[in-house]
Design a protein. Structure first.
Length: 117
């Protein structure tokens, strides 16, 4: 779930759900999974105190709500689409408002992966 929270790549999400199901089938019980992209986004400010600005708090709260909804039912495609849409909107809004003071973790991760190739 860590990789999904950073990259928002569905493949990582599907792998986490598959592992959760396999663990359940092997009798390891119900393993809870939580998306935490809002925490990742919050840590992506170049100055942590910016995350406490009213606008940033509002944006991160909307992402947190979408995360909580998805966490309640990870198999619901509508909740997944809503979460991804909200994450993209929040990323766009934070980038527009804070420019270089906020680095989209998804972009940062993709550029790091491209440099490694």
């Amino acid at each position: 779930m860590e990789n999904f929270s950073v990259t928002l790549n569905r493949k990582h999400f599907e792998n986490a759900v598959k592992l959760q199901q396999e663990a359940k089938e092997q009798g390891l019980g119900e393993i809870s999974m939580h998306v935490h992209a809002s925490d990742v986004y919050k840590k992506s400010f170049t100055f942590p105190q910016i995350a406490h600005n009213d606008y940033a708090v509002e944006q991160l709260e909307s992402l947190s709500i979408a995360e909580q909804n998805l966490d309640k039912d990870v198999t619901n495609d509508t909740l997944m689409e809503n979460f991804l849409k909200t994450a993209d909107e929040v990323a766009h809004n934070l980038s527009e408002r804070y420019k270089e003071q906020w680095v989209d973790p998804k972009d940062d991760r993709n550029s790091n992966m491209n440099q490694a190739e």
